[in-house]
Write a protein that binds this ligand. Structure first.
Ligand code: GLP
Length: 233
């Protein structure tokens, strides 16, 4: 894995932005996008740039089940707020967490990914090594699916909600199988909280117990980290 360590999140995000910018110069069509705090600086770089995304497609990783898209904790809301309202894409797909039939919505999303092969997939990482909402134990070959969130993820995300019990218990996530089909993957991780997950991802055994460790099997991954996230390497 190509691990690049930077002095701070801003510098790392700028470097990741430059990879996307160069790839757009080479005609990529589809960006896989992520939510969470990790890509926020990168999205700011994108929105303040003169890059034009209006001919590109975006495909997001995941969404909570049951949150209205107008709820400010939904990933639809997050993406609009941070990126789409400022830099619209030709079309943007985010999994439908409000579908009456989540299993069907998952199948439909796999079809969307099939029709729009992802050139670059952005990823954050959970403290337990999850990518998207693929929690430890998720089979590596799985497609889009409904996820029962782990207590560790509920606790990590509780800070964004008024009460812990407001945190959704389920999500719909692109699967690891689809993430691995992306031509290139950019993983962003910042802060000491991520140091164990980054060590396990980069140096640990490839195991379903650490979903991100699967990235060792992909031949085009760049990991952008700050010194704190890299501190256990
Ligand atoms: C959530 C998201 C992940 C994200 C993770 C880390 O669980 N589903 O896609 O990578 O949080 O978030 P953060 O970047 O805020 O640390």
């Amino acid at each position: 894995m190509d691990v690049r360590v930077f002095d701070g999140k801003a510098a790392a995000s700028k470097a990741a932005f430059n990879v996307i910018k160069d790839a757009m110069g080479n005609g990529i069509q589809t960006l896989g996008l992520a939510t969470g705090s990790s890509p926020v600086d990168l999205y700011n770089d994108m929105t303040s740039s003169d890059l034009d995304f209006s001919k590109m497609t975006s495909v997001n990783l995941d969404e909570y089940v049951g949150l209205d898209t107008k709820n400010d904790q939904s990933y639809h809301y997050f993406m609009n707020e941070h990126l789409f309202s400022k830099k619209p894409f030709k079309q943007s797909f985010v999994p439908d967490g409000q579908a009456a039939d989540i299993e069907q919505a998952a199948k439909d999303y796999d079809q969307i990914i099939e029709e729009h092969p992802i050139d670059i997939q952005l990823l954050g990482i959970g403290r337990n090594g999850h990518i998207g909402f693929n929690e430890p134990g998720t089979p590596f070959d799985e497609g889009t699916h409904k996820v029962t969130l782990t207590q560790s993820t509920i606790d990590a995300n509780a800070r964004f909600f008024e009460h812990e019990e407001d945190v959704p218990r389920y999500a719909i996530s692109m699967g690891i199988g689809s993430i691995m089909k992306s031509k290139q993957i950019i993983l962003l991780a910042f802060g000491e909280d991520k140091a164990d997950a980054i060590k396990a991802t980069v140096e640990g055994p490839v195991t379903e117990d650490v979903p991100a460790s699967v990235l060792q099997n992909h031949d085009n991954v760049i990991v952008f980290v700050d010194e704190a996230a890299a501190s256990k390497l």
